[in-house]
Design a protein around this ligand. Sequence first.
Ligand code: C2O
Ligand code: CU
Length: 568
Amino acid sequence: MASLPGAGRRLLCSLFLCLTLSGAARAATRHHEWEISYQFKSPDCVGKLAVTVNGQTPGPTIRATQGDTVVVRVNNSLPTENVAIHWHGIRQIGTPWADGTEGVTQCPILPGDTFTYTFVIDRPGTYMYHAHYGMQRSAGFNGMIVVAAAAGGKDAEPFAYDGEHDVLLNDWWHNSTYEQAAGLASVPIRWVGEPHSLLINGRGRFNCSAAVAGTCNATLPECAAPVFAVVPGKTYRFRIASLTSLSALNFEIEGHQMTVVEADGHYVKPFVVTNLNIYSGETYSVLIKADQDPNRNYWLASNVVSRKPGTATGTAILSYLGSQHPPPTTPPAGPAWNDTMYRFRQSVATVAHPAHVEPPPPRADRTILLLNTQNTINGRIKWALNNVSFTLPHTPYLVALKNGILGAFDQRPPPETYAHQSYNIYDPPPNPNATTSDGLYRLRFGSVVDVVLQNANMLDANRSETHPWHLHGHDFWVLGYGIGRFDPAVHPATYNLKDPILKNTVAVHPYGWTALRFKADNPGVWAFHCHIEAHFFMGMGIVFEEGIERVAELPREIMGCGKTKGGR
Ligand code: C2O
Ligand code: CU
């Protein structure tokens, strides 16, 4: 709490909260002190080491009001492991060094070191945080960020509710992330496989009779089903966030219709569903009315979709009774896992709320077509965009670009397109060989960029899967979705330029394409990648640079790894 921010303002501080008062506007600074450590946990009744925040997995929910500054002082108490923390959905306007993306915006935080993230939360909505180093996110390092709208401001919610619940969905494996990462890089590949459990707010339930003797204890309170209390007749906002490592999920509250009202921090033109498809990296808010028989409880259920499920339904309890009584029914099993069109329709139905439309620029200055394929490099299975599989450089791009360290990464720009007229997306790649690169796309500051993600067949015949793509530093307008081959001469005419939703994560459906648009107006270096942990690890990502010359002087704390001097 250094200097006072100027005449006519006062700074009021309690232990963790300072209020800057200036006239009517109040913005708070919210201080958090986090210790990151390994702890023995049993989220699904099976014991495992997990990366925790202050001893918890998921970590504490960060609550703030739009306009607040969040300060998180991170102490890395992992004895032998680096960390970096990404604030997923927060655009980091003016603070690109606080994005927490190891290799892109910072060096990792070393064991024993402390690093302070300071950033402004400029918008209300539902966001998340998670580790962004190796596959560390899967080790339990994740949590939610819930931001209230400034009272009476233009971003106030266009809907009303009596109470609120937060639901963080995840998938969980009993083997370590090191084992997973080593397996993915092995020849032949050892695929991570379907998750052992699905977690809701960090709790799940593995069938102990299938566990290694002595590792599972179904009576631990740590793996008791989470309970969400409701009062009959009231309306609740459920904020639902997914940080799965692999699974696309379908979420349902037994017997209760859900009205979708928010997606990734933007208000949605309300639509009603009986269950909600949610991909890793996405958040939604839904409203439910507690209007069912109040003499029993109901299930909350998450089920795997898009991949053939091999995991039991994740469950929690909607409690009318104020008890933990399990409902008298079988938990909902979700829609058919392979019904792509069912999920496609939900994607298309998600458009901006009529009173909150931010129209996109009418045309793009540049269009990047990205063919998503599975490939092989030296016998290893990889994912590639336009036949280039991404690798992270050892020197963060932000540091390298700002300091002119040209030898830090491949200076050749990656390809902007592929043979879109002739490539047959329904067959395995005819030549699966790809190359690796840590080159990046440099965007003209202020330009409008379209990206079209084209999905295709994997290495195995008759397989194409869903990829949730996440962009750092921006929201993008979702202009259109299709199934089949994207044709740049035809499909742009079908784009929704009237009321497209702004999001930061979007699905590319099997054999489909998704078109999005954003303005390159946030100085910094920003990752754009598939949010499936294993896929990004296998190269499914790219990086954009824009306005690097406008980035203010970098904090020294993000430096100290890789190359530190200019030249090649
Ligand atoms: Cu939530 Cu780069 O990801
Ligand atoms: Cu993917």
